[in-house]
Every structure is written in C-alpha cells, then in structure tokens.
Unconditional design. Structure first.
Length: 319
C-alpha cells in the first residue's frame, strides 16, 4: 500500500511540474487556448521539450521558442513544387568552381534591411523577393529602402498568405510595372493578412529599364556564392521542426529527409571556417528568433537544400 501511495505521489508531482512548465511557457509568449486546443498544443510542446532535451549536436543549439507548441507554423508555407516553365530562365555561371571564397556579409555594407516577422501569413516568398531588391537598390544608390511585401501578397499571381513562389513574384514586378520599382513599405504597409490590391501613386525612384530574374543551377553552391558576391540572394530551404526551434550556431545534418524546399529566405553572407564555411541567412520569423532573426547553415553539403532553388534578380537601369 505504501509503495502504491509513493508512485501515485510521484506521478502527481510530475504532472504538476509538467502543467507548471506549460503554463509558464504560455505566459511568456502570451498564448491562450480553449480546453481542446490547449490539450493539443501541450502535447506538441512536450514533443518539442523532448527534442530540445535530447539534442546533442555540438555546432548549434535549440530552444523552446514561440514555435514550440505548433507542428510547423503556417508562415513557412512556400509552394516550391512549381516547375520552372521557361528553360531560358536557367542561368549557368561559368568558372565559379575556381573562385576562391572570401568572407562576405552584406549586412556590414548596409544593404540588408531589418528582420521582418511574417506572423501567421505565409509571406516568406514576398519578404525574400523584396529583400533581394532592397539589397540591389541600396548597393546601386547608396540609400536604404524598404519595399512593400503586402503588394506582392495582394496583387501578384501568388496565393496571398497561403504561400507563393519567388519566380512568380519577380514576374509580377517585371510585367506589371516594367520600368518602376515596387511600392514602398511606408506607402503600402504589411498587414500579416491578404487584402484587395490597392496600388497607390507610387513614388518614382531611380528609373529602371526592367527587373527580371534567373534561376541558378540547382544544388550548385559555387554558383550561389558567385551570385552572392553581387548582392543578397533569395533561396528556398527545406524546413523541419528542428529548424523552427533553432537558437544559435551552424546548422548541419538535420535535413537528411528528401523534403522539397518549403520556405523562402535571403542569403546575405558567407564565412570561412576550418570546417568548410557557412552561409549567413536572413529569416522572416522576427528578430526574437535565432541569432537576431538570422541563422547559419553549413556550406558545401547543400544543407536544407539551400542551393536547390535560388533566384537571382536582374536589374537594368536606364542610361
């Protein structure tokens, strides 16, 4: 009888501790659910607790962040299964295998804008597209600018907050306004939801001849590096639960499944290290995620398919 009482007491204390951890997490991230949803989210949360507790990789760390109680947040929905329908949009950069890799970080040059938080809107494609154009504009004219991601959500042929494609985004910009830059963020601000297209009398910035795009050869990290020497490069990666719980360090060896890329990001830098170098990547999950909104990926192994779907914007100016 005493032994049974002991085990009942232990189980009660364990259940109490679990409930306390769960309540503290919800309080920290200001989360509130009804009884049924609370049970579901708590189950997911403790799966994340188990993943973090058993994470033994030495090169990067995990944490119980704002995504710990969701399977995979809706904001990482990127429909990247679309085939490239025009083969002439595929670009090959010759001679890149012999290019010595030097350190580069476009943040140091002021060509990367602040980290965005897409919230519950699958707007990663729009954020990565505009991030690439912002980098080119800042480099060309030595003036930082933030373009409207809401314009792409509302007005392009993508699927609003349900995801989209990098190439469709550049096609919209090229065909809809072939000689103009996109709307400015200050004039057409992000709402974290889809709405009707409401273009304004866009401010005429420096004149353009056109904005187009080209795809890099898939899985060729040398081409990604060569393109990065010019400006930040939008890419699509394959995400996992481990990705969402990332805290710091260099991600390596977590994307072994044959998952297609499902989330758009912006590659902003490359650094050499004794283990083969790594990519510096800007995410769109807020500055409170990862390393101030950024993460690092091991280079040379196409980690998380970082080089499988890269799109390079081509900007021609009027002379």
């Amino acid at each position: 009888m005493k032994l049974l009482t002991f085990f009942v007491t232990i189980n009660f204390l364990y259940a109490f501790e679990i409930e306390q951890i769960w309540n503290e997490y919800k309080q920290k991230y200001k989360k509130s659910y009804n009884l049924l949803d609370d049970k579901q989210h708590k189950k997911i949360f403790f799966e994340a607790v188990n993943l973090v507790a058993n994470h033994d990789a030495q090169n990067f760390t995990l944490t119980l962040n704002k995504f710990a109680d969701v399977l995979l947040p809706r904001q990482i929905a990127l429909q990247s299964s679309r085939k490239h329908k025009e083969s002439h949009h595929l670009m090959k950069i010759s001679g890149v295998s012999s290019v010595p890799k030097i350190d580069i970080d476009w943040r140091d040059h002021g060509f990367v804008t602040s980290v965005r938080d897409q919230g519950l809107c699958g707007a990663c494609y729009a954020i990565a597209t505009m991030g690439a154009l912002e980098g080119i504009y800042s480099k060309l004219f030595k003036s930082p600018v933030e373009f409207s991601i809401q314009e792409l959500i509302d007005c392009s042929a993508n699927e609003g907050c349900d995801g989209g494609w990098l190439d469709l985004s550049f096609e919209y910009i090229n065909k809809k306004f072939p000689q103009q830059w996109p709307e400015l963020e200050v004039d057409y601000s992000y709402e974290k939801d889809a709405a009707s297209c409401r273009l304004t009398n866009r401010e005429q910035l420096h004149k353009l001849k056109c904005i187009s795009y080209l795809h890099l050869q898939p899985e060729n990290e040398n081409e990604l590096y060569a393109a990065l020497l010019t400006s930040p490069v939008p890419a699509a990666i394959a995400t996992t639960l481990t990705t969402t719980l990332y805290s710091s360090g260099i991600i390596e060896g977590i994307c072994k499944e044959n998952r297609p890329p499902d989330h758009a990001v912006l590659v902003v830098g490359y650094k050499n290290d004794p283990y083969g170098g790594y990519w510096i990547v800007k995410n769109s999950w807020g500055a409170d995620w990862g390393e101030g909104g950024y993460f690092r990926l091991r280079a040379g192994i196409n980690e998380c398919k970082i080089a499988s779907n890269c799109v390079v914007p081509i900007v021609a100016l009027e002379v």
